[in-house]
Design a protein around this ligand. Structure first.
Ligand code: NAP
Length: 285
């Protein structure tokens, strides 16, 4: 029996149990999946519990992705590059850390026929996920990256970190409509990594006019998956642009984590649809 878990705080609304459950069921794996609220500072106790109770791996979300690093015997390249870990495997009481967010997003791009290679990428937002996306884009051969954020200094911080780790041409700007219009007009991939348009959040983009200047072959990608189609994606579609929501990233990062837990490759495309259906059913979308 494969015993795995997800920990974080808050954790009640995590979709991890559904996504991993659907994947492992589709693969015919006998599993148990626990969802455990672990507050900041509670990692040490949780790790003891996990070792004693035969848990062979766990996913981590806020606020543990960085705090877990000192507990790990080894961090693979992905965890080192992003300075954060979202997947831990326990083997012989030793902990091994990985980060599957970047590869998860990369695989979701591939599923809709895009790649970062030689692309001009514009990312809206400069929060936790953006550093991972920007480093992934740089490592995958993006031509340039532009970070547009409400608080410009946070965009500058991301630029500095990415420039230290890669040779990419990266710069940043503010989040005013005029700046969005100017920067997005020369983008091949525009990624929304702000919560604008998310279910339960009242705020949305002040204007979608910036979509008018985006060239027809470009992709507008929203990391939000609830609603399934945000106003941003609806407006992009109306303008004939290709769109993608955040469900693909969520599913692929989980499937890559499952490969680490199982110690074997998974035929992801074979099970993708059933996992997506389970996630959509859970969220009523
Ligand atoms: P975060 O660390 O909280 O960062 C949020 C970013 O959004 C910040 O840059 C913030 O700007 C900006 N922002 C917030 N409210 C805004 C507003 N009203 N107008 C303009 N900008 C605003 O969040 P995160 O962890 O990076 O996640 C970002 C988004 O990605 C969330 O929607 C999250 O759900 C989604 N996500 C999806 C997946 C997936 O698997 N699909 C994975 C991770 C994250 P300031 O710096 O000015 O505050």
């Amino acid at each position: 029996m494969l015993k795995i878990a997800v920990i974080g705080d808050p954790i009640e609304h995590s979709l991890s149990p559904i996504v991993h459950g659907a994947a492992l069921s589709a693969l015919g794996i006998d599993y148990e999946y626990e969802r455990t609220r672990v507050k900041k500072g509670g990692l040490s106790d949780y790790i003891e519990y996990a070792k004693k109770n035969g848990i062979c791996g766990f996913n981590l979300t806020m606020p543990h992705k960085v705090d877990v690093i000192p507990y790990l015997s080894e961090v693979d390249e992905s965890g080192c590059v992003f300075d954060s870990v979202n997947t831990v495997c326990i083997k012989d009481s030793r902990l091994y850390g990985y980060n599957t967010d970047g590869v998860g997003y990369k695989l979701s791009l591939k599923r809709c026929g895009y790649t970062f290679d030689k692309s001009r990428v514009v990312i809206l937002g400069a929060g936790g996920v953006v550093r991972t996306l920007a480093i992934t884009a740089a490592m995958e051969g993006a031509e340039s990256i532009c970070i547009l954020n409400r608080t410009k200094s946070r965009g500058e911080e991301v630029c500095e970190i990415v420039a230290q780790k890669t040779n990419i041409k990266i710069d940043c700007g503010n989040f005013l409509t005029s700046e969005l219009e100017k920067r997005c007009s020369s983008a091949d991939i525009v990624i929304n990594a702000t919560p604008l348009g998310m279910g339960g959040i009242d705020e949305d983009f002040a204007s979608f006019d910036f979509l008018d200047g985006i060239s027809k072959g470009a992709l507008v990608s929203d990391l939000i998956y609830n609603p399934y189609e945000t106003s941003l994606l609806k407006e992009a579609k109306i303008r004939g642009l290709k769109t993608q929501n955040g469900l693909g990233m969520l599913i692929y990062q989980a499937l890559v984590a499952d490969e680490y837990y199982l110690g074997q490759k998974i035929d992801m495309e074979e099970i993708y649809d059933s996992v997506e259906q389970a996630a959509r059913c859970e969220m009523n979308i």
